[in-house]
Ligand binder design. Structure first.
Ligand code: ADP
Ligand code: ZN
Ligand code: ZN
Length: 726
């Protein structure tokens, strides 16, 4: 009997819905699911992933091509657990499985000539190093500093040199003495330095979480800023590390700060392995290697780190779980917080969603007992919560958008040698440049949007597509010398405040000013000295950072969101306000948040300020229930992009005509909130149901029909499940 040859069902990184069968190479070790393979696909060579191994194929054997090679041999790059999760994602988000599987790999592994490197390492003191440390500095202070820095645990080479202010040569000398040991980064028993004794609320949350045992449970840790959520994470992480299991902590794009890393490093004496999409491709690859190898235990990363191939995970944590950056906004549009819950469920381990401002979906899940709800309502340090002050902007004379009461409050705060934070979520000098003679204003040629005037660089810039132009000196239409700006951005605030308070240093924090790594850290360090200063910035300032000496926060304007057509706008406004307010008065001195608005009587706003975020969110939940909107319905959006409106409308009309759901479950076509962006028109259909399963079933049935439409080939389209933007 001839031995049956193996057939590999391969996922290729192309927008195709099926897997493709290839034959094993003769006389090679058998591959398993998760192995990388090179295959010929038409005229191309592609790097794919083995998704299944079988002995039968619907393709006649004579037409089956062999794989071209397997760069890692039989070693899989994805675990079976991850493969299952990713295939679930492909099915749920209706995204081609090949793209989903290949998306999970770090970019370097999508190329055949790249291999898994050695995982990153850390130094620890060897026994002889311990002895040498005990002998004191002697005549080699730099060497001693290196040993001393390792006295409380392990450090990566970079962190060690930084902490000991030592050169590479000095480090080499110490290593050659045999005083150091190399081991996988993030590995080893945590030293478990004692933290503060927990507050009653923290203890109650921790006890309740532990009582639910080691299996799957989703914990919503709903705690105001400064209530000590991170301290609760640290306790949980410590337990898991002690058991020798791995922990994955997801943070928002801008939440991954050295401060946070230092906090974990200091507590456990081991450095977390970091993985995020802005990291150099090599570094991401080593983080991947560390997870696969299974020695490193502590991982922190942004959205994409969710798919790290952990070998023995015991706990997942999503910090600031409400953050919009957890949802991928193009291609494979997954929601990382939701998929983290799914992954924890598959792994049968607990997951913690921590936030001061839970999304309405999270609150609803807690109400439905799908999540356990733990509330922290007191600041852990005992500092009082900031007091809100609303300033009615109507009939006030504004300077750079600031009202007289705001300016007085800033002056008073600075006079007390305290710090001020001024928040405005708009960079540049002004959101529009216009002509007083003829009414011309600078619009983007590619978007339905005005160009923002960046006065310092003398340019007009579109914040939606990135288009740029020289800012004109005279009106390009009537040639009048009558150009002026309307509205304000952070650049204008900076200029104005610096002139008004010339003796106080001012730090502007936005994407124009703070670009390179370390620039934000430099500002944070300067502010943390506690010297009086002004901070002006966008939401870059609103998250993750602790500014203990800031006692006044001024919110210049958030009114746009109060009457937005997007039903999530109010929820987001509340989240942003609470996050910004949370920067103030985190130490002994009480903070004030001064909020300027043209609508001081707005009911939801009043509720937020008087009763707090949960009451505010519950009000919004009632409205959503009445309107049958998420979380009381499940939604998907079919998005189409193209040059011609008629093409988009025809495609969407035809798609809607074959929508299998009942009346009232499919709507459209309607244009995106910004119809034209980056030169493309964008239209969409909204599909929804009160039942997740029903929506899924309709979508599955529908998609094959939509793909078959001739009109679908004239446009670019994709499906967005649980959409966050319209
Ligand atoms: P959150 O993550 O909820 O914003 P943190 O965990 O960062 O809060 O805690 C806020 C501040 O309170 C930090 O400076 C932290 O060191 C301190 N802190 C946390 N828990 C305690 C506690 N139990 N006792 C005293 N201080 C605490
Ligand atoms: Zn003009
Ligand atoms: Zn544009």
């Amino acid at each position: 009997m001839a031995t049956q040859s193996l057939i590999y069902r391969v996922a290729v990184p192309l927008p195709l819905w099926q897997l493709f069968d290839y034959q094993a190479l003769p006389d090679t070790p058998p591959l398993v699911p998760g192995c990388r393979v090179q295959v010929r696909f038409g005229a191309r060579r592609l790097m794919g992933l083995v998704a299944e191994v079988t002995t039968h194929s619907a393709v006649p054997e004579a037409r089956l091509q062999p794989i071209l090679g397997a760069p890692d041999g039989p070693q899989p790059m994805l675990s079976v657990e991850l493969l299952d999760l990713l295939r679930w994602c492909a099915a749920y988000y209706k995204h081609p499985p090949g793209e989903v599987l290949c998306h999970a790999l770090p970019p370097a592994l999508r190329r055949a000539d790249q291999h898994l490197p050695e995982p990153p390492f850390q130094y620890r003191l060897s026994p002889s190093g311990q002895e040498r440390l005990a002998q004191g500095p002697g005549r080699a202070p730099a060497q001693y500093r290196l040993l001393e820095a390792l006295g409380e645990g392990a450090l990566s080479p970079a962190a060690l040199r930084q902490q000991a202010t030592a050169s590479a040569a000095q480090l080499r000398t110490v290593e050659q003495q045999g005083w150091l040991r190399r081991e996988a980064l993030g590995a080893g028993k945590p030293v478990g330095l004692a933290g503060p004794s927990l507050t009653a609320e923290q203890q109650a949350a921790l006890t309740a979480m532990n009582a639910s045992g080691p299996g799957f449970a989703c914990h919503l840790l709903d705690g105001i800023t400064g209530s000590g959520k991170t301290e609760v994470y640290l306790r949980l992480v410590e337990q898991v590390l002690q058991r020798g299991q791995q922990v994955l902590i997801l943070v928002p794009e801008i939440g991954l700060t050295p401060q946070l890393l230092r906090r974990f490093q200091q507590r456990f004496g081991l450095e977390p392995v970091v993985s995020h999409s802005a990291m150099a491709s090599r570094a991401r690859l080593t983080a991947w290697a560390a997870a696969l190898r299974g020695e490193a235990q502590l991982f922190i990363g942004t959205r994409s780190a969710l798919f790290l191939p952990l070998q023995n995970p015991g706990l997942l944590i999503v910090d600031e779980a409400h953050d919009a950056s957890f949802k991928q906004q193009d291609g494979f549009r997954y929601g990382a917080a939701d998929v983290a819950v799914k992954r924890a469920q598959a792994l049968q381990v607990p997951v913690v969603l921590g936030t001061a401002t839970p999304t309405l979906e999270m609150l609803h899940n807690a109400d439905q007992k799908r999540y356990a709800h733990h509330r922290l309502r007191q600041r852990a340090t005992g500092a009082p919560e900031p007091a809100w002050r609303v300033v009615d902007l109507r009939q006030q004379r504004l300077e750079a958008g600031l009202s007289p009461p705001a300016l007085t409050a800033i002056a008073d705060t600075l006079a007390r040698d305290e710090q001020v934070l001024v928040f405005l979520n708009r960079r540049g000098y002004a959101p529009v440049l216009l002509c007083h003679e003829c009414g011309w204003h600078g619009e983007c040629h590619h978007c339905d949007a005005n160009m923002t005037w960046h006065r310092q660089s003398g340019r007009l810039q579109c914040h939606h597509c990135g288009a740029q132009a020289q800012a004109p000196r005279f009106c390009p239409v009537c040639r009048a010398d009558a150009l002026s700006s309307a509205g304000e951005g952070t650049e204008q605030l900076e200029q104005f405040l610096q002139q008004r308070f010339p003796d106080t240093p001012l730090h502007r924090v936005d994407r124009d000013r703070v670009r390179r790594k370390g620039e934000l850290e430099a500002v944070v360090d300067a502010v943390r000295t506690g010297d009086p200063c002004m901070l002006v910035g966008t939401q870059m300032l609103a998250k993750g950072h602790h500014f203990p000496k800031v006692t006044l926060v001024v919110v210049v304007s958030l009114d746009q969101a109060l009457y937005s057509a997007d039903y999530r706008a109010l929820e987001r406004l509340g989240q942003l306000l609470v996050q910004v307010a949370g920067r103030a008065g985190r130490e002994r001195r009480p903070g004030t948040v001064l909020m300027q608005t043209h609508h001081p009587e707005h009911a939801a706003l009043q509720c937020l300020l008087k009763e707090g975020f949960e009451a505010f969110a519950r009000g919004l939940l009632e409205e959503r229930q009445l309107a049958q909107l998420p979380p009381y319905a499940y939604q998907a959006v079919l998005r189409a992009e193209g040059q011609q409106r008629a093409d988009l409308q025809r495609f969407l009309d035809e798609a809607l005509a074959c929508w299998p759901g009942p009346a009232g479950s499919g709507f459209g076509p309607f244009p995106a909130m910004m119809e034209r962006r980056g030169g493309l028109l964008r239209w969409q259909l909204l599909l929804q149901s009160e039942q997740r399963a029903a929506l899924q079933a309709w979508l599955d049935r529908w998609l094959t029909q939509v793909q078959a439409l001739a009109s679908s080939r004239k446009v670019r389209w994709d499906l967005d499940l649980d959409p966050q933007e319209f």
